[in-house]
Design a protein around this ligand. Structure first.
Ligand SMILES: [Zn+2]
Length: 226
C-alpha cells in the first residue's frame, strides 16, 4: 500500500501557523491604536463631565447657603462668598459678612475643579474677586451691588428685569473661559471669547448653563440652554 504523501494535514504544513505574520501584527497594532485613539478623548470627556457635575453641586450648595443666610439676616444676602480678609478694595464687611462662615461647611464648595488656579484668580474683570483666596465663582450680589448707590440701582434693575433668571453666581472657569481670557482678553467684556458654555446659579436657586454673549453681557447672558 503506497503511502499517501499528505495523509495528515497539520500544523507542520504551514510555516507560520504558530506565530503571526508581519502583516497580521501590523493590522492588530493599527486596530489597537485606533481603539486607544477613540478611548482617550472619551476618558477626557468623562473627566470633564465629572468636574461639571461637581461644579453644579457647588453652585447648588452656594444657592442654599445664600437662602439660609438671607433668612437669618432679614433677607439681605451675604456681601462675600468667602472671607476676603483685608483685601476688599475699600468695601465694607470684609471680616464677617460672608457666606462661608457657618453656612457652607467646606471651602471646597467654592472651588470649581476646572479652575486651574484653585481660587487664586489673577485678574479682575469687575466681578467680585477679593483677597488672595477667592472663589471660582463670580458673585453678582457682592459689596459693590449692595453697598454703593450705583450698585444698588444696578442690582435692583437687573432683578426686576430678569427675575428668577438673574444670575447670582457664575462659574466663568467652567470649560474654557480661562483659556479665552489669556488668549483674547485685553480690555473687558467685549473682547472675550464667546460661544462658551458656563454654569450659573439663578436667583430662584436653580443651576443651568448659559452662553456668553458677544458684546453686551447685560443684554444677553441669560440665553437658556436645554
Ligand atoms: Zn465650574
Amino acid at each position: 500500500m503506497p503511502r499517501e504523501r499528505c495523509s495528515f494535514r497539520g500544523a507542520s504544513d504551514r510555516p507560520s501557523a504558530v506565530g503571526f505574520t508581519l502583516i497580521e501584527l501590523l493590522v492588530v497594532i493599527a486596530i489597537i491604536a485606533i481603539l486607544a485613539g477613540m478611548l482617550f478623548p472619551m476618558l477626557g470627556r468623562a473627566k470633564e463631565g465629572g468636574r461639571r457635575t461637581h461644579c453644579i453641586n457647588n453652585l447648588r450648595q452656594i444657592g442654599l447657603g445664600i437662602q439660609m443666610y438671607q433668612e437669618d439676616f432679614n433677607d439681605r444676602p451675604p456681601l462675600y462668598l468667602v472671607n476676603p480678609g483685608r483685601k476688599t478694595f475699600g468695601y465694607v464687611g470684609g471680616t464677617n459678612e460672608y457666606l462661608e462662615k457657618g453656612y457652607i461647611s467646606s471651602t471646597n464648595s467654592f472651588i470649581c475643579l476646572s479652575d486651574r488656579t484653585r481660587g487664586r484668580i489673577p485678574i479682575d474683570l469687575g466681578w467680585e474677586y477679593f483677597g488672595d483666596f477667592t472663589t471660582s465663582y463670580a458673585y453678582h450680589m457682592g459689596p459693590w451691588q449692595q453697598t454703593t448707590q450705583e450698585g444698588k440701582t444696578w442690582l435692583k434693575t437687573q432683578i426686576n428685569r430678569w427675575n428668577a433668571r438673574f444670575i447670582v453666581a457664575a462659574c466663568p472657569w467652567h470649560r474654557h473661559l480661562w483659556q479665552g481670557w489669556t488668549k483674547t482678553n485685553t480690555s473687558g467684556w467685549g473682547s472675550r471669547q464667546t460661544k462658551i458654555k458656563d454654569l450659573s446659579l439663578r436667583y430662584d436657586g436653580s443651576v443651568d448653563s448659559f452662553i456668553w454673549p458677544s458684546q453686551n453681557w447685560e443684554e444677553e447672558p441669560y440665553t437658556k440652554l436645554r
